[in-house]
Design a protein around this ligand. Structure first.
Ligand SMILES: Nc1ncnc2c1ncn2[C@@H]1O[C@H](COP(=O)(O)OP(=O)(O)O)[C@@H](O)[C@H]1O
Ligand SMILES: CC(=O)OP(=O)(O)O
Ligand SMILES: [Mg+2]
Length: 392
């Protein structure tokens, strides 16, 4: 491990999420020199470090799990005196303030903290990561790389919520998320297929999930909007919901906090199955509620895909990414089957064989639409953005 920390300066990409902290050490060219993931960081979780093919629990600590993981990572890197050009932080919400990667100074961090309520599972952790590294490595530039930036130039109607202008002027608009993932996947596909510059739909299906329609590699529509709650059903988030449900719950006496917990932490696959937010657990379960959760998750993808195809006026390429998109062959097959009306035809053997570890084309020879699986790398996208910023 030590030799991976030595040599040319590299960018450390940090993705402090809802239940995990992922990081990678990226040189200017080639693959990450070192990656690690801290898991089990949800409140009350049991933090573990996965690195170099090994998984080990962190020593018991009085700190909350995310803070403990950050402390551990910072001390690991400080002790090894890793030469760092910059730390590139995935920050989920840039709002209207940060529409491109930027250096994180105090006023910018204050503006980003004001967006915490729009991504409560992510934004506070993202900013805690910035604070930890800024404190430990004061001479190293801290760069913010935003999920929303890929969607900064959405067409005006795609940004607009059907609400009065006074609210739009307060920043109530659709932003879109998972932008680092979409940026990375778009670039991978652009190098492999001319269809990537046509009408493409990228499906990021992980713990959070969204779809993005691109034309010429540029985002033109996406299912997540103002907050990371909109659109598809997710691991523990509801996705789009009739706003009348919220009014009903408030009238019943639910508090703001209870509703927030419901929508972010107790809905989606977890809420419908009553079992787990993890697709692997649901696939392995014979419980009817687990199967119902998967069926609803799949149906919502198919429904939203139809909407994006309509906006694009057809589709040339569909790509799957994120933990579920990369690994769940059955989900890909069911989505492809539902889209047969578009001439989508999957190569069943290629789909089954795809391991999620490499980029694979999945369409049958006579498919009207290309199908791909692309393992995403949000860290690489963030590191590239930080290098480009520093290079001016
Ligand atoms: N082999 C697999 N089969 C099906 N689903 C999987 C598999 N591996 C991971 N997943 C799903 O992917 C999710 C994690 O996706 P990921 O993109 O890593 O999430 P995040 O980065 O948002 O934490 C898990 O919660 C699980 O539902
Ligand atoms: C924005 C979002 O939902 O991110 P994640 O998939 O990492 O939860
Ligand atoms: Mg993710």
């Amino acid at each position: 491990m030590r030799e991976r920390f030595e040599g040319q300066p590299a960018v450390l990409a940090v993705n402090a999420g809802s239940s995990s902290l992922k990081c990678g050490l990226y040189p200017a060219e080639g693959p990450a020199r070192w990656t690690c993931t801290y898991e089990g960081l949800e409140p009350g979780g049991q933090p573990r470090l996965k690195a170099e093919g090994q998984s080990q629990p962190l020593p018991a600590s009085a700190e909350p799990p995310m803070a403990q993981a950050l402390t551990h990572l910072v001390s690991l890197l400080s002790a090894a005196q890793v030469p760092l050009q910059a730390v590139a932080h995935r920050i989920v919400h840039g709002g209207s303030v940060c529409v491109a990667p930027c250096l994180l100074d105090a006023p910018t961090l204050d503006a980003l903290a004001a967006l915490n309520p729009l991504a409560p599972l992510h934004q506070p952790h993202n900013l805690a990561g910035v604070a930890a590294f800024a404190h430990a490595l004061p001479g190293v530039p801290q760069v913010g790389c935003f999920d929303t930036a890929f969607h900064a130039h959405l067409p005006p109607l795609e940004q607009r919520l059907p609400l009065p202008s006074a609210l739009a002027e307060q920043g109530l608009r659709r932003y879109g998320f998972h932008g680092l993932s979409y940026q990375y996947v778009s670039e991978v596909l652009a190098a492999r297929s001319p269809c990537a510059s046509g009408r493409a739909i990228l499906a990021h299906l992980g713990n959070g999930a969204s779809l993005c329609a691109t034309q010429g590699g540029v985002s033109v529509a996406t299912t997540m909007g103002f907050s990371a709650l909109d659109g598809l059903m997710m691991g523990s988030r509801s996705g789009s919901l009739d706003p009348g449900v919220l009014l009903h719950l408030w009238r019943q006496g639910w508090s703001h906090t209870q509703v927030e917990e419901l929508l972010y932490k107790d809905s989606g696959l977890k809420g419908v199955s009553g079992l787990s937010a993890d697709m692997r657990t649901l696939r392995a379960s014979p419980a009817p509620a687990a199967q119902e959760a998967i069926a609803l998750f799949t149906r919502r993808i198919v429904r939203e895909m139809g909407g994006l195809v309509a906006l694009l006026g057809g589709v040339d390429l569909i790509a799957f990414t994120g933990g579920i998109g990369e690994h769940d062959a059955l989900l890909r097959a069911e989505v492809a089957r539902a889209l047969a009306y578009l001439g989508v035809k999957l190569d069943g053997t290629a789909n089954q064989a795809a391991s999620g570890d490499s980029v694979q084309a999945l369409q049958a020879a006579d498919s009207a639409v290309e199908l791909w699986v692309v393992p995403t790398d949000e860290g690489r996208a963030a590191a590239r953005a930080a290098m480009a910023l520093l290079a001016g």
